[in-house]
Design a protein around this ligand. Structure first.
Ligand code: AMP
Ligand code: ZN
Length: 465
């Protein structure tokens, strides 16, 4: 499998450090609000990375942090007159709700900055010992120029990095590019005891400390959005490598940005969209499907059209699935013969196409196309061979690939199916009892939910409008 490594700027063969174990650290959300559609991109894409590595037989340890203390969390808490912890806890809960809806699995570990203050302090102390940290009136900074590899991820001269990031001049710092490891407490702000007085951690240090605590000094893959390359990831590298004396991450993966109607998403442009509000309109799954319809390193544009298209495409998958389920229930019984089995193995090429796409730097756009090819082939095959066992085998093929992308999650759809099946059953009973008014009422109720019934000689079928 090849992955594009941002630090070498090329696709490289992926090989984990230790056997079949893969360690991934992915920068998580700052929890002061519902997460927005742009944030959803790394969460979904790197969830797929994890799923695919597992599909290929790796044992993945996936860590995604919650930044539960920073300026934005504090500002939001002040705005609402609440404690910062109430805000953080609230939006961590909301993260889990949206993530579940989007099919983003829980990480192996979701560490929180405020629960790792001891590891953060320990790391800063180590940076003092190695001469990389200095203190000014309770603030602690990292001496960036001492780290001779500084800038190796961004690949830009220090002067360009300084001017590009519009870093404010701060007399307390030895050099403008130096960054805060620890911030002295301000009045009314949450603070923790430290050897440098009460204060709170800077942002970058939490990821270095938590990656080291939960995954060790060198990790296989570090990921996040492209905006995090500088300064966040550059600073993580500097802190971790200066403290541990070894390479921090072998692979750096960065997703490109998501725009809204071809504009950068921002509160001031009024085009700021949370996943929650989009899901309320279109459901969660079309959002996931839309995200995977492009390669993660290509810019992606969100629009109403993109959601409509994603919903329609997903619907085609579900229609195929329901047809297969129908045959699996009502088709011809009996064992598959040699010919059936050889027809089924013809579907191996679709799996190969899917794997080929995913092996090529996680090309989910081509992987989705391979699933549609599979569906097209299956539709033709089951029409020729409407056998129960054949349909079941085709369903397994479909699930196998859809699962890797976290699409067509069985549970949610099964719940819906069970409810609809129960209503269909009720309608059949009403018709048997010649209660046509009730039968029509049930048909209309389903129709108002976008579900149409079709009476066939084998029984009642349903599909979405
Ligand atoms: P934050 O909560 O701002 O720290 O961001 C969480 C994750 O979302 C980070 O990996 C960011 O790089 C990523 N991210 C933020 N905005 C966008 C966007 N518009 N498109 C893609 N990724 C984004
Ligand atoms: Zn981070």
């Amino acid at each position: 499998m090849k992955l594009y490594n941002s630090i070498t700027k090329q696709k490289e063969e992926f090989k984990p450090i230790a056997g079949d174990k893969v360690t991934i650290y992915s920068c998580g959300p700052t929890v002061y609000n519902y997460f927005h559609i742009g944030n959803a991109r790394p969460f979904i894409v790197f969830d797929v990375l994890r799923r695919y590595l597992e599909y290929r037989g790796y044992n993945v340890v996936f860590v995604q942090n919650f930044t539960d203390i920073d300026d934005k969390v504090i500002a939001r808490a002040n705005e609402l007159g609440l404690d910062y912890l109430e805000i953080a806890n609230r939006y961590i809960d909301e993260y889990y709700k949206d993530a579940k809806g989007l099919g983003i699995r829980k990480a192996s570990i979701h560490p929180r900055a405020t629960e790792n203050i001891d590891a953060i302090i320990e790391l800063v102390e180590k940076l003092f010992e190695t001469g990389y940290a200095y203190e000014v009136n309770g603030d602690v900074y990292f001496r960036a120029l001492k780290f001779t590899d500084y800038g190796k991820l961004s690949k830009q001269p220090i002067e360009d990095l300084v001017s590009g990031a519009r870093i404010e001049v701060d007399e307390r710092k030895e050099h403008p590019i130096d960054f805060a490891l620890w911030k002295a407490a301000k009045l009314g702000e949450p603070a923790w005891d430290s050897p440098w007085g009460r204060g709170r951690p800077g942002w970058h240090i939490e990821c270095s400390a938590m990656a080291n605590r939960y995954l060790g000094p060198t990790i296989d893959i570090h990921s996040g959005g492209v905006d995090l390359k500088f300064p966040h990831h550059e600073n993580e590298i500097a802190q971790s490598e200066a403290a541990n004396g070894c390479r921090f991450a072998n692979f750096w993966l960065h997703n490109a940005f998501l725009n809204i109607d071809n504009q950068k998403m921002s509160k001031s442009l009024g085009n700021f969209l949370t996943v929650r509000e989009i899901a309320e309109k279109y459901g969660y799954e079309p959002i996931r499907f839309f995200m995977l319809s492009a390669h993660y390193r290509s810019p992606l544009n969100y629009s109403v059209d993109s959601m409509t298209q994603a919903s329609a495409a997903l619907e085609r998958l579900y229609t195929a699935k329901r047809n297969l389920e129908f045959i699996a229930e009502n088709g011809e019984r009996g064992e598959l013969d040699g010919n059936d089995n050889s027809v089924l193995s013809g579907l191996d090429k679709n799996r190969e196409a899917f794997i080929g796409a995913m092996d090529d730097d996680l090309n989910t756009a081509d992987a989705v196309a391979a699933i549609f090819e599979l569906v097209r082939d299956i539709n033709i095959l089951v029409n020729n061979t409407p056998k129960v066992e054949f349909a079941k085998a085709c369903l397994e093929r479909l699930y196998e690939l859809a699962d890797v992308l976290g699409l067509m999650r069985r549970d949610d759809e099964d719940e819906l199916s069970a409810e609809i099946e129960a209503l269909i059953e009720k309608r059949s009973l009403a018709r048997k009892n010649r209660d046509f008014a009730e039968a029509d009422r049930i048909r209309d109720e389903l129709k108002s939910r976008g579900i149409v019934l079709e009476d066939t000689p084998q029984g009642v079928k349903w599909h979405r409008i």
